[in-house]
Design a protein around this ligand. Sequence first.
Ligand SMILES: *Cc1c(COP(=O)(O)O)cnc(C)c1O
Length: 766
Amino acid sequence: MNLNDKINDIAAMLYGKSIKECDTKELYNVCSKLAVMNVSKDWDATRNSEMKKCGYISAEFLIGRLIYANLYNAGLLEDVKKALKSNGIDINVFEEVEDAALGNGGLGRLAACFLESAATVEVPLDGYGLRYHFGLFKQSFLNGFQNEEADDWLKWGDPFSVCRDSESQIVEFADMKVLAVPYDMPVIGYDSKVVNTLRLWEARPVESFDFKLFDDMKGVEKAISNNKAYEITNVLYPNDNTLEGKILRLRQEYFMVSATMQDFLAKYKKKGYPFSEISEHQIFQLNDTHPVLAIPELIRLLILEGLSFEEALVIARKTFNFTNHTIMGEALERWNSDLLYKYIPEVYKVIVMLEESLRKEVKFDAKYYIINNQEVHMANLAIYVSSRVNGVAKIHTDILKNDTFKKWYMLYPDKFVNVTNGVTPRRWLALNNEALSKEITKLIGNGWVKHLDKLDEIDSYANNKAFKESFKKCRAKNKELLSDYIYKHEGIRIPTNFIFDIQIKRLHEYKRQLMNALSILYIYAGLKKGVITNFKPTAFIFGAKSAPGYYMAKCIIKLINTIADLVNNDPEMDKLMKVVFVSNYNVSYAERLVCAADFSEQISMAGMEASGTGNMKFMINGTPTLGTLDGANVEIAQEAGRENNYIFGLTVGEVNELKKNYNPRKYLEMDPLLNEVVESLVDGSLDDNGSGAFKAIYHSLLDGDRADYYLCLADFASYIEAKLLANNEYGTDKYYTMCIHNTAKSGKFSSDRSINDYNERIWHLK
Ligand SMILES: *Cc1c(COP(=O)(O)O)cnc(C)c1O
């Protein structure tokens, strides 16, 4: 059957229409189903295969828009494009389909890249998570302040999922029982026979499942239990890198891991293998501490099966591995002991047993305790039991070993391994940068899509005139597309001859969007006064969401939007500078931004960004990094050569030294222009609509023992120097050579490589 007939058949089945009659939503569902049907045999085969598998448990999967990636990976994209075209439909209509934003930022996007890569390199890795009814909020701006709205992603349907309600589980809390219903998505790799599964659990009242159980409850209890059940997977917590120790969050975490562990054990028992051999068939990777309750939950379930605690612990120690994503205190999960005892007492009892076993082993050295001061320290629990603990970039793993978890590293040196993060080159080069992909393929063939190391072959063209010219044209084309998109969505026109200087990531003080904002004010003032000259016109582009309860981050958004108004409405700046804060930054926006960037701002205080993955997306697309020696920037500079990036600022060692005795005011005394810029926060020249936002920023920089905690002022001089040097070198022959070196040397940052590293160092599958 030809594709046109197939598509029409699906449309007839789903909607009783031909595809010519379908609206965008219907078309989206039809073409998605086509991809699912196309892989269904391979999906069955992978699901039913007996090989050892790994479950990647994560509270977040920031999968974004799946239609293009899935069609592309299934080898259907070009044919579907043609089939739609023959019906007068442009495949770009799917740009309307909103992202599935079941994650906050880097951690969730990493999980999505990992699943895609594992399917591609044929590693049996299944995802387990939560099917939030509402994903990360949609962001708009009101008077320059962030406004949040619910993200109703399911209004487009969920064509990639199948509900396998016969595999539902019941999760028990002390005060309620909840039904966990699994929705499975096929994870379609590129040019691969392995189709893994992303299983997302949805919470429902048990009523809809087990009437007898439900009948035991009284009327009011039923009503409460009904609402409370739905509540558990109603909404994603919008906090990135911060802990909110709320009961609902605890319920989410336990719901996710209890459903996952029960589901696994039920299937395992059917197969008839002994419990002692679990880790030869199934292991789990815990994505941060959010799923760490899986450890006591599995032990609890094994004890119910008749094993002793000691036997269960031995199994758990071979079955779980733990990835740490941050060293920030405010993000390390600690649960109040009373809270755990109140809501999941049976799990808490297991945690107490773990604690007793740990205390004996460490001879009552309190630094290791899981339970301390009435709090359960989830990272300690994870490290104690896990077989391997990994950081996500070299420098981050070193900090874990030598500082954050030094004690643990001394106790278990072999547990600690590094696996540097990566991103999938399908989404982050082949699909988002059509122009450059074509040029690369013309030169070296398309093997790079599956083996990104092959990009090294273009390195010898870094000085080739013709290739440089075509690279330049690709960038110009992408900038045009982005400029049009931004004009349409934000109402601001960015001239494409401007430098596109881009910082996109969650809004966080440690990521230092504030330092970037201050540098823009500094350059603005410098241009006005004539002390900065020969400045090439630049558009400073930001994209970021702030956690709704993160006051300082919200103040910084207001500041950047205010600077944008100031600069964009100043006729003197018309040909020199634009500032844009794009609204609702998400995966799809990122795809448009990273291929159009002339400079990639990766300016976190050294020691704070565990890895970063945004930095890698830019590098693959050939954008030099303007960044600090933090996270994976270190490895980017190493791979591409430091001379092909703009590296500045204090190192981790220098940060630690300076922090012993830090005086931010010193830097204002040394630079009158910087002083003027900082004063402009409070002297009336910037209007925050009477909110006090800018005064709050001013105080955060200069007052109290956390004054300028992230060293924006200490790093400012070297930042400006690097930024102006980058500006000066932009557009030159040298600049494009740098860009090509970056793409050529980006092979390491494919998540295919990360997955192979996990498999070699930790999982040992197939
Ligand atoms: C890649 C990505 C991130 C992570 O960006 P970092 O710069 O590494 O913090 C966050 N959000 C989205 C939408 C992304 O695509």
